[in-house]
Design a protein around this ligand. Structure first.
Ligand SMILES: [Zn+2]
Length: 77
């Protein structure tokens, strides 16, 4: 089995599939947007570092705010 770990963000690749440090499956684009682009140095082995097509904290924030609004609206009913 081919196993690589990023010393910078702790993400692991097993046979080409990326996993978060938590063990959940991840996309390289998301890892780049959430972690590697911010930490951004040469220790990071994410091949998608610098890619901005994945998840970012801005998108996550937007999503979380929408989610919270929906919950609040449901509570009001
Ligand atoms: Zn990394």
């Amino acid at each position: 089995m081919n196993c690589k770990q990023c010393g910078k963000c702790g993400a692991k690749w097993l046979d080409g599939q990326l996993y978060w440090a938590t063990g959940a499956k991840a996309k390289e684009e998301d890892l780049a947007g959430l972690v590697c682009n911010n930490l951004g140095d040469d220790q990071c082995i994410n091949p998608k570092r610098g890619d901005v097509t994945g998840d970012t904290w801005e998108k996550r924030d937007e999503f979380a705010q929408k989610q919270q609004k929906e919950w609040e609206e449901q509570r009001d009913r």
